[in-house]
Write a protein that binds this ligand. Structure first.
Ligand code: HEC
Length: 110
């Protein structure tokens, strides 16, 4: 009896873990751009940073679009985005545009 209960838990844990992992991007989708921006950009752009403080409010939606389209960061600070995956950059881009200075939901980050 005891044995089978343990086995039951042992089978359940990986299944629950897998389900949680699959559900996480959906549940936290709205926040992941914000979290990524903090994780990937704030190291160089936190309060009082030498590279300048940066939040979604730093630019308008159109300015953020151009910033990414024209790869302006690469020109200003070559190579600094190399460690960031394209998929992550896309989420960061979306977050910055969604919360830009002239967006319906302007937001600072951090
Ligand atoms: C390794 C350090 C580093 C990281 C990481 C970094 N940056 Fe920068 N960033 C810089 C430097 C250096 C500059 C140039 C500052 C200057 O020109 O005085 C800059 C400039 C900028 C500017 C101002 C340029 C302009 O034309 O307005 C923005 C906006 C910016 N970064 C956004 C970001 C975003 C978004 C991320 C995360 C995806 C990021 N940065 C990650 C170092 C970094």
């Amino acid at each position: 009896m005891k044995f089978s209960r343990c086995r039951g838990v042992a089978t359940l844990v990986p299944i629950l873990t897998a389900l949680t992992l699959m559900a996480a991007p959906m549940a936290f989708g709205a926040d992941s751009g914000r979290e990524l921006t903090k994780a990937k950009c704030k190291g160089c752009h936190g309060e009082g940073a030498a590279a300048g403080t940066m939040t979604p409010l730093s630019k308008t939606q159109r300015q953020w679009e151009r910033f990414f389209e024209k790869e302006q960061h690469e020109k200003k600070a070559p190579g600094t985005w190399q460690q960031i995956a394209p998929r992550e950059l896309e989420q960061i881009r979306q977050y910055l545009i969604d919360h830009a200075a002239d967006s319906p939901h302007p937001e600072t980050c951090g």
